[in-house]
Design a protein around this ligand. Structure first.
Ligand SMILES: Cc1cc2nc3c(=O)[nH]c(=O)nc-3n(C[C@H](O)[C@H](O)[C@H](O)COP(=O)(O)OP(=O)(O)OC[C@H]3O[C@@H](n4cnc5c(N)ncnc54)[C@H](O)[C@@H]3O)c2cc1C
Length: 394
């Protein structure tokens, strides 16, 4: 029996899908299958970042999908970007670089940066000529980001930044950091300010190795030892930092949700093929009802996650806040990706436990989705506070 194809690119009327959206998605799929898939396992085994692939992705414009053309990007919409995330989702080590660069660095510069800051950084970020990193998390401040300890002290027309950030994606590659520091401890979370800090200002980083998944991605601890940052590199207003951080995460969470949908879809596609090839008891295992039960759950939940992701994109397009929709999409899609990766390993039996089978990598990589850019518990608290008007935290 022939395997059924994927779901349509977009749930809306097919006529709503622009040629550009279709082209970018097809390009990403081709690039992933022809250039990423054949080499990724080797880089993962060495815990090495595939810089040559990243350079190629820069040339293809993958780092500047939503950056306006005036700043060197493709000037496309967030649906197109989500399509890219979905296609790259099954290749977590690569996808996470694109997402950190675009959702977490270019986006806040675009929304909160001065014209000079946009012109200075966006063209290079969009082309992948420089890499950016987003530094919010600290050893003592993860979910409770507002309790961060990095200090920024005013010194004339400069700030002195002192502290440490951890788990920072792209940290060792980065030329530019969006960093958050406390400028007025008496003000609590209203005292946090964002800065655009160039590595050359004196930022030190060390690699964090030994990750469960995303083994070919770069993660760093970032050290700020009294780093002098000109006030012209402040991003947004003094005291606006936490707002910038959370606004940025609203965007990032939709990208993570889209990537998780891509992971779920890849698990399903691999399983639909496998259950027709693998025979037990003289028949393809796909004929067994309990295997079909697993496949049906995978398909329904993948599609539900996709719908929630599209709903968050639509809310974003309407303007205003979309925190609730982004949290719902991120929570459901990332939990689904983990469930589906587990089901995919189950369907592959013992073979799924070996790296030779792609489901093993999908299983490891999916694990981080429910942790970074806000854990599932934090997404539920965001959703709960929107429902009740009662906040578990500031
Ligand atoms: C591979 C990787 C890449 C990352 N990249 C970046 C990056 O680029 N930039 C960046 O700034 N950060 C990054 N992070 C950090 C990530 O965002 C944090 O790990 C995450 O926010 C959780 O913080 P934590 O690890 O300190 O866990 P903790 O906050 O210590 O949480 C531990 C557990 O307690 C739960 N918990 C905490 N508070 C509550 C509460 N109020 N109610 C219920 N449960 C609660 C959590 O849900 C979790 O299960 C990355 C992390 C990883 C693993």
């Amino acid at each position: 029996m022939e395997a059924r194809g994927r779901f349509p690119f977009f749930p809306r009327d097919d006529q709503d899908v622009s040629d550009e959206q279709r082209e970018i998605r097809a390009l990403a799929r081709r690039f992933a299958e022809q250039e990423i898939r054949p080499v990724l396992a080797e880089y993962e085994a060495r815990e090495e970042v595939p810089l040559e692939l990243l350079r190629r992705m820069g040339e293809l414009g993958f780092f500047g999908i939503t950056v306006p053309e005036a700043y060197g990007g493709a000037g496309l919409d967030h649906w197109t970007y989500a399509g890219l995330m979905e296609e790259l989702g099954p290749y977590g080590s690569i996808r996470t670089v694109v997402s950190a660069q675009q959702s977490l660095v270019a986006t806040p510069i675009l929304h909160f940066g001065t014209e000079a800051q946009r012109q200075r950084y966006l063209p290079d970020l969009a082309a992948g000529r420089i890499f950016g990193a987003y530094g919010l998390t600290e050893p003592g401040a993860g979910s409770d980001a507002a309790s961060l300890q990095t200090q920024a002290t005013r010194d004339g027309d400069h700030w002195i930044l002192h502290g440490q950030k951890t788990f920072i994606t792209n940290g060792n590659l980065a030329d530019l950091f969006v960093l958050f520091a406390q400028t007025d401890p008496g003000q609590g979370h209203r005292g946090i300010t964002a800065f655009l800090v160039e590595r050359d200002f004196g930022v030190q980083t060390t690699p964090l190795k030994g990750k469960l998944g995303l083994r070919a991605s770069d993660t760093a601890t970032v050290f700020l030892d009294r780093v002098r940052v000109p006030d012209s590199h402040r991003l947004g207003q003094v005291g606006q930092g936490l707002r910038i951080a959370l606004h940025t995460l609203d965007h990032g969470r939709i990208a993570v949700a889209a990537a998780a949908v891509g992971t779920s879809q890849a698990c399903l596609d691999l399983c639909v093929r496998y259950v027709q090839e693998r025979h037990q008891f003289g028949r393809p295992i796909g004929t067994f009802q309990m295997v079909q039960d697993l496949l049906a759950d995978m398909a329904v939940e993948t599609e539900a996650a996709r719908m929630l992701t599209y709903r968050a994109l639509a809310a974003r397009d309407r303007g205003g806040r979309f925190t609730q929709e982004a949290a719902m999409a991120k929570y459901y899609a990332t939990e689904t990706a983990n469930r589906n990766a587990g089901r995919a390993v189950q369907i592959h039996g013992g073979y799924g436990f070996f790296e030779e089978y792609e489901v093993a990598r999908l299983y490891r990589d999916a694990r981080v989705y429910t942790l970074y850019e806000g854990t599932s518990q934090i997404q539920k608290l965001v959703i709960g506070s929107h429902l009740t008007g009662l906040k578990a935290f500031t």
